[in-house]
Design a protein around this ligand. Structure first.
Ligand SMILES: [Zn+2]
Length: 280
């Protein structure tokens, strides 16, 4: 996964950009809460950098849903940050995700997702560190629940590091004359167990296997003719080497992009390299 840098925008910048909306709604007294939101933003940053974000959120879990300004903060997010004067800040955070959705790495970014759901953590509704770029399906598919189970903690693109070792794999199966890709994760052996559990949870909860699988037919169609030519010219081993070279090139950019895993899987598929693509 290639993740963007932390936004340099603060909750104070966001509140400043939303002032016109707050005035219009006579909700200007929400600005009185800025010192509290700024203090929470700093605690969020420190906890995130220390790998303690779950502890912070668990501690806040009981009090925030009952916050008196929950509705006003949510409305300010929807109307002023997404749809009003704060839109340029919203777009700037989105635009930082040059390499796509921070949850799947496959879809195009279309919105910001609240890492800690705003219905449960309203005081983080407007905090840029809590806003992560996501594609539509990932954002919509995410539930607004919060788990205190460390094995289910979602990865945070501004704080987590998934390393450069491979953990995403694909096997290509010949099914009824077609090629179906089955994706899976194998956490590196040197990862702590809880990180491995989080990766498996991330993969399953966000339905990444089916999502990646559905990306592959078009990509396969695009390389089919070239692979047939390579096979005719260089034989199965030549084709395998050619696909592997492509896979290595993708891996140099992102060892765990779905395309990388798929190309390694394709190179490893005897049916395909022996000419299976002719049947597709
Ligand atoms: Zn996505």
């Amino acid at each position: 996964m290639r993740w963007p840098q932390k936004p340099e925008i603060s909750v104070e910048d966001v509140m400043g950009a939303c002032t016109a909306w707050l005035t219009k709604k006579q909700w200007l007294d929400l600005i009185d809460r800025l010192p509290e939101l700024t203090e929470l933003e700093e605690r969020y940053r420190v906890a995130g950098e220390a790998g303690q974000l779950l502890s912070l959120l668990t501690a806040e879990f009981q009090s925030q849903p009952k916050d008196a300004d929950k509705v006003r903060l949510g409305a300010t997010y929807d109307s002023a940050l997404v749809g009003g004067g704060g839109r340029k800040l919203y777009d700037a955070i989105k635009a930082a995700a040059t390499f796509g959705c921070t949850i799947c790495g496959a879809g195009q970014v279309s919105s910001l997702d609240h890492h800690a759901p705003k219905t449960i953590f309203p005081l983080l509704s407007l905090t840029p560190l809590n806003l992560v770029p996501a594609c539509g399906p990932c954002n919509q598919g995410k539930s607004n629940s919060f788990s205190t189970n460390p094995a289910e903690e979602p990865f945070h693109p501004y704080f987590d590091d998934l390393g450069t070792a491979r953990w995403l794999y694909a096997e290509i199966h010949n099914v009824a004359g077609g090629a179906v890709a089955e994706f899976s994760v194998r956490p590196p052996a040197n990862w702590p167990e809880v990180k491995a559990q989080r990766l498996r949870h991330h993969f399953t909860k966000n339905k990444l296997g089916p999502k990646f699988r559905d990306e592959t037919p078009r990509r396969l169609a695009l390389r089919r003719r070239r692979d047939m030519d390579t096979l005719a010219r260089s034989g199965p081993e030549g084709l395998r080497a050619d696909i592997l070279e492509d896979a290595d090139s993708h891996a140099a950019f992102d060892p765990n992009a779905w395309e990388t895993a798929w190309l390694y899987g394709l190179a490893d598929c005897d049916w395909y390299t022996a000419g299976g693509m002719k049947d597709i």
